[in-house]
Design a protein around this ligand. Structure first.
Ligand SMILES: Nc1nc2c(ncn2[C@@H]2O[C@H](COP(=O)(O)OP(=O)(O)OP(=O)(O)O)[C@@H](O)[C@H]2O)c(=O)[nH]1
Ligand SMILES: [Mg+2]
Length: 641
């Protein structure tokens, strides 16, 4: 069964000498991956950071292996797309598994470890987070655990690479042994009758068997009625849930047997972490954290811009290029395209370096900290009830928060959603009403330079739009939303080195990925303005722009550039000396307006072209409709007072 399904997945089968990094979500797999392959992948302190797999080369004992960072899973029953990938890899004939256990939550990891034993794969266990376990007074009897699991167990602190030398040696030995004894490449070896418990050495005879001890003659797909591609999923639903309960029971017993917990007074972080998930004082703390984060981004971004970046642009960079080009290019269109009002060498600095970069950098500082300390899942738990009323789980808040950074990883992150409805709902909410930080930066500059209350009005409106979109989408999308299953991680002080590395990678990635499209938008703007095309278009579209939206005709530039990048749907408005009310209309249109080209691409890839086109049409129409309605209602009210 399983092996047949894999033929459809040549990419997964294609990797040579696979070693799988597996385990529950948020146990540190990606930190192992980065350390063992030298490839940096994002790791964050919440479940579901890795939703697709990563492959990297790892050298051990003179041989090269493909190390695969498999998405974290709670079970092998393929409940989400991320779990389905894990199942497919387990069935793809890997040479070995490096299974990461979290020492502070052994039971959950063991449940999955026992289930994975059905696949008969040579396995090395890394008992990670032993630093946090120690802080909590948790002591684990490593040799007993190793006996019970029938495979080597190595204690580690991944963020400090503690235990890695031993881990590599043991993994190398296991791989050598495995390559001489491995027979089958499809290890699926489960027994729906419940005797799969035999894959777990009996606790009364701890040393009796190893990871390859399970009964290889037990049933395979022939016993199955189901067509799912998971080993365990070949059983009927009833059998599956029986097996699930069985594994829980075994994991619970085993965890109890090997764990000794000393009473230690919980430290400050543990106490704070517990308090943060209770409505009191969790909700006031959450409001404080959100307001403080916003305050830091707005305040520090504005300060950085005013004190450093604007003087640099206005006094040094732009005059330099103006002098340079005027010295050898005669007055005319070419000079204007380069250094005129909308010149490429003027607005690329003013918009990209002056408006976007300062806020993006500070946002990443704050967000990466919240991500790595483990606060985001706490917000998810806290607001689960409210989010559920809107039609999604609290857990989806993590992806929604991620979208403030950029919608692209957030939409990819929705792969961890357990139902199609949840995925569609969250994606729609992100596309319609969550501004990315680039767009926010320009909104902050545009509205707060005018008045802080205008900025507050835009934020409140964005919140109302968010709720309305969710309620509407909840009616439109049929299906169910599963209850929240989220593991609240330990509250950690982020590891300084890992934090700065991730920050640097994110900023570099932003500049690398956003720079091209931003420059393209700047180029289009310069050509449109300086060749007179903008004026023509402005006259042509005047009835719509002025009559319906209440904006000057030239504001059409914002609508054109907004197709390329979201922040460019606001930046051109800065040049137009708008009134406060017009700025508000422009801000709301930009909030609702179509997502940028990259988002369009990812929607087409993750869903299909129809969904992508549908979202683009709906966002555009609703932005222009709502903008016009605000203009007319507002003008009517102003006329009355
Ligand atoms: N204190 C401490 N933190 C760790 C250790 N190992 C990993 N972490 C942190 O734990 C968090 C989770 O690590 P990840 O590597 O993202 O976990 P993952 O298993 O890849 O998670 P998913 O991709 O969600 O399945 C990160 O914030 C890491 O920095 C450790 O041994 N000690
Ligand atoms: Mg990961």
């Amino acid at each position: 069964m399983g092996c047949h399904d894999l033929q459809e997945d040549p990419k997964i089968l294609g990797f040579q000498n696979k070693v799988l990094l597996m385990g529950s979500p948020n146990v540190g797999k990606s930190v192992f991956f980065s350390a063992l392959t030298g490839i940096h992948v994002v790791s964050s302190n919440y479940a579901g950071t890795t939703v697709s797999y990563m492959e990297g080369k790892m050298e051990l004992g003179g041989r090269s292996y493909s190390l695969i960072d498999v998405p974290g899973t709670y079970t092998m029953s393929a409940n989400s797309e991320a779990e389905a990938i894990a199942v497919r890899f387990a069935q793809s004939g890997p040479e070995a598994v490096l299974f990461v256990l979290d020492a502070t939550n052994l039971e959950g990891g063991l449940r999955l470890a026992l289930e994975l034993k059905e696949y008969n794969l040579p396995t090395v266990y890394a008992l990670n987070m032993t630093d946090v376990a120690e802080r909590k007074g948790i002591h684990i009897n490593v040799s007993l655990l190793s006996q019970k699991l029938g495979g080597p167990v190595i204690p580690t602190v991944a963020v400090k690479k503690d235990g890695f030398d031993e881990l590599k040696t043991v993994l190398e030995e296991t791989l050598q042994k495995g390559s001489s004894s491995q027979e089958s490449s499809c290890g699926c070896n489960c027994d729906c009758s419940g005797s799969s418990a035999s894959s777990f050495p009996d606790s009364s005879s701890p040393s009796s068997s190893g990871s390859s001890s399970s009964d290889s003659s037990s049933s395979d797909s022939s016993s199955s009625a189901s067509s799912s591609n998971s080993c365990g999923a070949s059983c009927s639903d009833e059998e599956k849930s029986e097996r699930y309960v069985q594994y829980w029971e075994q994991a619970k017993t085993l965890a109890k047997e090997v764990t000794e917990t000393k009473e230690v007074k919980p430290g400050f972080l543990d106490r704070l972490g517990d308090k943060m998930v209770k409505p009191w004082p969790g909700i006031p703390i959450a409001i404080f954290v959100i307001v403080l984060s916003l305050g830091i981004v707005v305040g520090a971004g504005k300060a950085l811009r005013a004190a450093l970046i604007l003087p640099l642009i206005n006094n040094i960079i732009v005059p330099f290029f103006q002098n340079l080009f005027t010295s050898f290019i005669p007055e005319g269109i070419l000079l204007n395209v380069l250094v005129g009002e909308y010149g490429i060498f003027v607005i690329s600095f003013e918009w990209i370096l002056g408006l976007v970069i300062p806020y993006v950098i500070i946002f990443q500082f704050v967000f990466t900290f919240l991500e790595d300390c483990g606060y985001l899942p706490r917000i998810s738990v806290l607001f689960d009830n409210i989010m559920r009323k809107l039609g999604v789980q609290g857990g989806s808040l993590i992806n929604i928060m991620l979208a403030f950074g950029c919608a692209v990883p957030a939409i990819i992150g929705t792969r961890s959603a357990t139902t199609k409805k949840e995925r569609l709902m969250v994606t729609t909410m992100i596309c319609f009403s969550v501004p990315c930080i680039s767009q926010m930066s320009v909104l902050i500059a545009m509205t707060s330079d005018y008045s802080m209350s205008l900025f507050a009005a835009v934020l409140i409106s964005a919140f109302i739009i968010f709720i309305s979109v969710a309620l509407l989408a909840n009616k439109v999308f049929k299906g169910k939303v599963d209850p929240l299953v989220i593991e609240v991680p330990n509250l950690l002080m982020p590891n300084r080195k890992a934090y700065f590395k991730k920050l640097w990678i994110r900023i570099k990635q932003f500049i690398w990925e956003a720079e091209g499209p931003m420059l393209l938008a700047v180029f289009i703007a310069a050509i449109f303005k300086e060749t007179g095309m903008l004026d023509l278009l402005a006259v042509w579209l005047e009835p719509f722009m002025v009559g319906w939206l209440g904006l000057p005709g030239e504001a059409v530039m914002a609508l054109i550039l907004g197709i390329v990048r979201r922040e460019m749907s606001v930046a051109p408005l800065l040049m137009l000396h708008l009134s406060g009310f017009q700025m508000y209309i422009g801000a709301i249109i930009s909030l609702l307006y179509l997502p940028c080209l990259s988002v369009f691409g990812i929607l087409a890839k993750e869903f299909n072209a129809k969904t992508a086109v549908g979202i683009v049409l709906l966002t555009t129409v609703s932005a222009l409709f709502v903008g016009g309605v605000i203009n007319h209602v507002g003008s009517f009210i102003f006329a009355l007072i």
